[in-house]
Design a protein around this ligand. Structure first.
Ligand SMILES: [Zn+2]
Ligand SMILES: [Zn+2]
Length: 836
């Protein structure tokens, strides 16, 4: 139905969504219905991940936000005080790239997109509290991002070092480990990532590895999937460090191993091509060229390529040897790119007899294999006959004093021995790396550090924050160093400590820094004196329910936990975890299964769709297409069905007799009040209430909608003439639909005679008796002939059943004026009446 025909028809029974949506959005704004109260009594903080403003919002955003909206409406109807804020993750690369392309300052491009997106969100009626909006590129926000950097710096958790870092040539930027995804590609442009040697700022997130792991155990409201992803990302392994020596040298080669019981089986050592040790090695002249060529080739590969599950690992012999501190044996020292510099010490000991990767490597290069573990009580395998490594734990052999020790006892004995000898000891190793935070780019929060020749790195004093991003930058094209470095009047300052001439740090911060603390700022968004007030932040946080994509599991969702734990440790907040419950919604893909993205040109705009069909129809259709945690293949096919459903629902409501007040509606009906068909509908209604409630609690909106549709289908064919009961059913149905279809629910609620908003009504409770109501139907015989049927509640008293059987109309006719000799009840089968 086109919009024009809606305008032409003013009939009350026509669902004029455009009028209804505009009307209620205006009412909500005027009444500040969705504004968070100042002093919440029963707070519920619902947070959806804020948006990157890269144009207008798309169906993926729409899905995330209507899920959050449904939870907000549902919780309001449970009497909660709601905080449901929104904001913009406004710094970052795309703004800069768009600015270069369009010759427009990144700020103008960003603010323009925010405006467009905000308008769309208002038109789809999401219940955000717009008075609390935060924009990370605004100075009153990034002042506190910088303040946090300073706090980390003061606590020795921000530092600068030179090392090989992930670099995307295409984006011309460094990347944090968390921003290298899948097959070693850039998370943003999906081109391969290489390694480059640069001096960069890091946050010492590794100091928090153990806390981040322990905290996961307290997060009962997070999915096991996300927790497992985080555990694996942090990658804790318990083992032993053992220091080998380079032959004829003082150079120490520490290795980390989880299997110190196999140390007697070391026949080679493998060093990562990018490990620091490599630079210290004095490679014999005849091998130098070969080794450099190998290193150069390796560094062009991504870490994922290097670790790929292929049997073909390669390496190059350095011509040098490492000496095993336990038995004095020499092991060839190789450089092999399957070893990662970032894991452990960047060197691994090669035990071919007991590690499959080492086994394949030594077979390829014909290196020795030495067996040091055998099956418990069994015989020692012959190295020449082995077709694969013996990787299980077992009994130590060929290990001198350790021979005969089994499994963990052997591991413990070796650890004790190396500790006694001062050549190592028990260690815990993590896969997690420190967070690379600096970017050589314009469009970010400037790092608040001043470099002074006398004082070194000096934090910008709090009263001088924010360090404003200068406007007079003409050239945003990154040249491997920050464009800010060329803004002389910005860079050159005096040292806050000694007053000498000094320079600002020209780098800006990773945008994941901006989003690591935004959930806190919403509690007190306008505070100019503090990052947040202690009172306000504790009124709302931790977040009651956080909603966002699973793709952030090992990025943002680790960073914001780290920042919360840090603020907890420095005494600013009393809680250590930012969000009690986390829900990860599925992505929205197009009908060919591709992720919606601008570059694919398959982005469906919610604006067009909602204009054509109405916001609530689109909301319902999106909820209905798939369970909220699963991917959606959005083809719009569910729209027809949900549109018809809402139109019919609206027509039904408009036909309800007015003149009844809300007080006329009974809380529960008695069976006697209702006819047989109505009673069946009553039971179905209560089952629907129960199901919708349970499904919303577990974020399953598709089945909620199926249940309400099914109920309405049964209700609509009911030829009942009890207006009170009809109104009762439609009132409950309106409330059940309100979280998913807020505009039409408000309108229906009003048409049903209510004066306040549906969101301040009490969420319907099911009638427990009706939900479990279970009846039995039995035949009633008179002198052996079936004369009627009797339906009664299961478990009804036998005498009552007999009485009811005699009251059945047709039975009465056949027993009238006769003497009843006997009434027999055959349990759940038959009532037999004998007359004479
Ligand atoms: Zn890139
Ligand atoms: Zn100084």
């Amino acid at each position: 139905m086109s919009r024009e025909s809606h305008k032409e028809t003013e009939a009350k029974s026509v669902y004029d969504f455009a009028r209804i949506e505009a009307k209620w959005q205006q009412k909500w704004t005027e009444s500040k219905l969705f504004s968070a109260p100042d002093n919440p009594q029963d707070p519920f903080y619902l947070l959806v991940m804020f948006a990157y403003p890269s144009g207008d919002i798309h169906m993926g955003h729409f899905r995330n936000y209507i899920i959050g909206d449904a939870v907000v409406h549902y919780q309001m109807m449970h009497g909660k005080d709601i905080l449901h804020p929104f904001g913009w993750d406004a710094f970052g690369l795309p703004a800069e790239q768009a600015a270069i392309k369009r010759n427009l300052p990144p700020k103008d491009w960003t603010l323009g997109n925010i405006e467009t997106s905000r308008n769309t969100l208002k038109k789809v009626g999401v219940s955000f509290d717009w008075e609390r909006e935060v924009v990370t590129c605004s100075p009153d926000y990034y002042k506190w991002t910088q303040w946090l950097f300073v706090k980390l710096f003061e606590n020795n958790l921000a530092y600068r070092k030179t090392s090989l870092v992930n670099f995307c040539v295409h984006c011309n930027t460094v990347l944090a480990n968390e921003q290298v995804i899948g097959e070693g590609i850039c998370w943003r442009c999906e081109n391969p990532v290489i390694k480059k040697k640069l001096k960069q700022w890091y946050f010492r997130i590794t100091n928090y590895a153990e806390k981040l792991l322990d905290g996961l155990d307290t997060l009962a409201g997070w999915s096991e999937r996300v927790k497992t992803l985080q555990r694996n990302w942090i990658g804790k392994s318990v083992g032993c460090e053992i220091v080998f020596k380079l032959k004829d040298s003082d150079i120490e080669i520490p290795v980390f191993t989880t299997r110190p019981d196999t140390i007697f089986g070391v026949t080679m050592m493998a060093v990562a091509p990018d490990a620091e040790l490599v630079e210290q090695l004095d490679i014999p002249a005849d091998r130098r060229e070969m080794v450099s060529a190998y290193i150069e080739k390796s560094l062009k590969k991504t870490e994922v390529e290097r670790q790929a599950e292929s049997d073909d690992k390669d390496g190059v012999f350095t011509g040098l040897y490492a000496v095993n501190p336990l038995n004095g044996e020499e092991a060839q020292l190789w450089i092999a790119d399957y070893v990662l510099a970032s894991y452990g010490t960047g060197v691994v000991m090669g035990v071919p007899a007991h590690d499959q990767r080492d086994f394949l490597f030594t077979r390829k290069y014909d290196l020795p294999v030495k067996v040091v573990i055998k099956p418990e009580g069994g015989s020692e395998p012959n190295p020449g006959d082995m077709t694969e490594a013996f990787v299980e734990k077992g009994e130590m052999c060929n290990c001198g004093r350790f021979d005969g020790l089994i499994g963990q006892a052997g591991i413990d004995a070796v650890i004790k021995y190396v500790e006694e000898q001062g050549i190592g000891g028990a260690r815990v190793n993590y896969r997690l790396r420190d967070w690379l935070i600096s970017r050589q780019r314009y469009w970010g929060a400037p790092i608040p550090i001043i470099h002074c020749d006398n004082c070194g790195e000096v934090a910008v004093p709090a009263e001088q924050l924010p360090v404003l991003l200068p406007d007079n930058v003409k050239d945003f094209i990154p040249k491997g160093r920050s464009p800010l470095a060329d803004v002389a009047d910005w860079v050159n300052v005096t040292c806050p400590k000694c007053g000498a001439t000094a320079q600002r740090d020209a780098d800006t911060m990773d945008t994941f820094m901006c989003s690591s603390w935004y959930m806190l700022r919403y509690s007190d968004p306008d505070n100019a004196n503090e990052i947040f007030s202690h009172t306000k932040v504790h009124q709302w946080l931790p977040v009651s329910q956080y909603i966002g994509g699973i793709d952030h599991a090992t990025g943002h969702l680790i960073y914001f936990r780290f920042m919360t734990q840090f603020l907890h440790d420095i005494g600013l907040i009393d809680f250590a975890e930012p969000a009690t419950r986390l829900f990860n919604h599925g992505m929205v893909n197009d009908d060919e299964g591709r992720k919606m993205s601008k570059s694919l040109g398959n982005v469906v705009s919610p604006t067009e769709l909602t204009k054509e069909h109405g916001v609530d129809v689109c909301r319902l259709a999106m909820h209905f297409t798939a369970p909220a945690d699963k991917e959606v293949l959005w083809d719009g096919k569910t729209i027809t069905g949900t549109a018809r459903f809402l139109e019919r629902f609206f027509r039904s409501v408009s036909r309800v007799t007015t003149g009844l007040s809300l007080a006329d509606l009974p809380r529960l009906f008695q069976r006697n009040d209702l006819g047989k068909d109505e009673w069946a509908i009553y039971i179905k209604l209560n089952q629907t209430i129960k199901k919708v409630t349970e499904d919303i609690e577990r974020m399953q909106f598709n089945t909620c909608i199926a249940a309400t549709m099914e109920f309405f289908g049964a209700f609509a064919v009911l030829k009942a003439n009890n207006p009170l009961f009809q109104r009762f059913c439609l009132t409950k149905l309106t409330q059940l639909l309100a979280p998913m279809a807020p505009h039409i629910a408000e309108e229906a609620w009003q048409m049903l005679g209510n004066k306040t908003t549906v969101f301040k009504s009490d969420w319907p409770q099911h009638d427990p008796e009706a939900v479990t109501f279970d009846t039995i139907t039995v035949a009633v015989q008179v002198n052996g002939k079936v004369r009627g049927e009797l339906e009664f509640e299961r478990g009804l008293d036998e005498e009552k059943i007999k009485k009811l059987a005699l009251a059945v109309e047709n039975v009465k006719r056949h027993t009238d004026g006769k003497e009843i000799k006997k009434v027999i009840y055959v349990k759940e089968k038959l009532v037999s009446v004998v007359v004479r």
